[in-house]
Design a protein around this ligand. Structure first.
Ligand code: NDP
Ligand code: 2IT
Length: 446
């Protein structure tokens, strides 16, 4: 690593003390950009990297709400507006007790590169709250969302910042948030994506992240003359992304054999398909946060407190959360003959875990490339809202498929150009970076 990059990383760590997830995301990107910065001294003198690691704006606010028993609660809300060089800030909202400024900054930082890769005009942002949806009633979730939006509304807009879902935020929450935005502003605009189909949502948005990750994995497998047909696949998580992925993999003739939750994982040797995939939606809606419900219903083994990565499989799709796959898990997957790891979640693999995949020369794609289908389809929802014209399912799905194929191409192209053929991490970081950096250069010192 050059002194310049080493110093940059040290500065980010010193200035953002304790924000370990943010450090991790920055370190991964900067390592990839080493060659670009050598080739393009103009980015260095314009201090593009120094600017990109500093959010354009961070909003942090109090979210007071009342539970069904009349007790008051105070949560913390955030919106990180990271970079608007190529479009309005765009990125999801996460409601999970583990949410901190560090986690949202890492997600917002990743989102900048991801959104750039989609080829749509979207800047990067992320937000959320440490609110825990587990065990909450619909009315409690509604009161929380209304209170959250009562502050957030003044910072967002269809041409300013367009939030969407992420962990703990799905169609129900987007509905409550949108309703409150409308009351406060009198506007019916495309200010959120992931909306209901009757009020401005796009077909395929719920499926998009999972479908997109599988389309991306299909392209990766093609480079080795392989396909999903007949492949055994380990998936983690059981939320929105895992659901879309399971649906598409089973359609393509692959067999998904695991799901996981905070409680452990289930192993279904017969494959998760048909009504079993529908049951994932029920599990999520139950607000119980337990994948064990699946084991109880379909009488398959449940492993308490364990992760799925020890199960023998050809392909792995981590779809739960950050740092859920470490060095030992990576070694286990490789040992068991896994040939392709495609991330549905954001930063699910630790840096040492990624190193294991690279050394073993298996196919490995980072989330910012492979899970971009969600935000890409959000971008398509924005287009439809601007046109005031909904597109049929096939049109959205075809565009999503094309976008994922293009991202795959761009990753391989940039990886090759910058001397690391087949390295999707470098390819994604470089391709995502160049577009944003050039836009920032064009726009002067901002
Ligand atoms: P959901 O809320 O629908 O599901 C999240 C899943 O991950 C649940 O099974 C959840 O269980 C589990 N999970 C979350 N946090 C933890 C934790 N700390 N430890 C163990 N398990 C955990 O979210 P999504 O499916 O939407 O999101 C999954 C991943 O995909 C995230 O990394 C998200 O950032 C990413 N992503 C989502 C996109 C989208 O459009 N929804 C787009 C691109 C990426 P629990 O909540 O109970 O812990
Ligand atoms: O991480 C992500 O890309 C998302 N949660 C989706 C963001 C969006 O704006 O659709």
């Amino acid at each position: 690593m050059s002194e310049y990059v080493k110093n940059l990383i040290a500065q980010v760590k010193a200035k953002n003390a304790g924000e370990v997830e943010f450090h991790q995301a920055v370190e991964e990107v900067l390592e990839s950009l080493e060659l670009v910065l050598q080739k393009h001294p103009e980015y260095r003198s314009a201090k593009i990297i120094e600017r990109m690691v500093e959010p354009e704006r961070v909003v942090m606010f109090r979210v007071p709400w009342m539970d069904d028993r009349g007790e008051f609660h105070i949560n913390r809300g955030f919106r990180i507006q990271m970079n608007s060089a190529i479009g309005p800030y765009k990125g999801g909202l996460r409601f999970h007790p583990s949410v901190t400024l560090s986690i949202l900054k890492f997600l917002a930082f990743e989102q900048v590169f991801k959104n750039s890769l989609t080829s749509l005009p979207m800047g990067g942002g992320k937000g959320g709250s440490d609110f825990d949806p587990k065990g909450k009633s619909d009315l409690e979730v509604m009161r929380f969302c209304q209170s959250f939006m009562t502050e957030l509304y003044r910072h967002i807009g269809a041409d300013i910042d367009v939030p969407a879902g992420d962990i703990g935020v799905g169609g129900r929450e987007i509905g409550f948030l949108y309703g409150q935005f409308k009351r406060l502003t009198k506007e019916f605009t495309g200010v959120l994506t992931g909306k209901g189909l009757n009020w401005g949502g796009s077909l395929i948005r719920p499926e998009a992240t999972g479908f997109g990750a599988v389309y991306f994995a299909q392209e990766m497998l093609k480079t080795r003359n392989q396909s999903f047909d007949g492949k055994t696949v380990v998936v983690s998580g059981f939320g929105n992304v895992a659901w879309g992925a399971a649906l598409k993999i089973s359609e393509l003739g692959g067999k998904v054999v695991t799901l996981s939750g905070p409680d452990g994982f289930i192993h279904d040797k017969d494959g998760i398909k048909g009504e079993k995939i529908d049951f994932m939606l029920e599990m999520r809606a139950s607000a119980r946060d337990e994948v064990k419900l699946y084991a109880d219903k379909f009488k398959v083994p449940f492993y308490l407190g364990k992760r799925a990565w020890g199960v023998k499989a050809d392909v792995a799709l981590p779809c739960a959360t950050q740092n859920e796959l470490d060095e030992n898990d990576a070694k286990e997957l490789v040992k068991n003959g896994c040939i392709c790891v495609c991330e549905g979640a954001n930063m699910p693999t630790t840096i040492p875990g990624v190193k294991v995949f690279h050394e073993a020369k298996i196919l490995y794609a980072p989330g910012k490339a492979s899970n971009a289908g969600g935000v890409a389809t959000s971008g398509l929802e924005m287009s439809q809202n601007s046109m005031r014209l909904p597109w049929p399912k096939e049109e959205v799905d075809n565009r999503l498929h094309q976008i994922m194929t293009k991202i795959h191409e761009a990753c391989l192209d940039k990886a090759e150009k910058y001397c690391t053929p087949g390295n999707y991490v470098n390819g994604a970081n470089i391709a995502g970076f160049l577009k944003v950096a050039d836009a920032m250069m064009d726009q002067g010192l901002v």
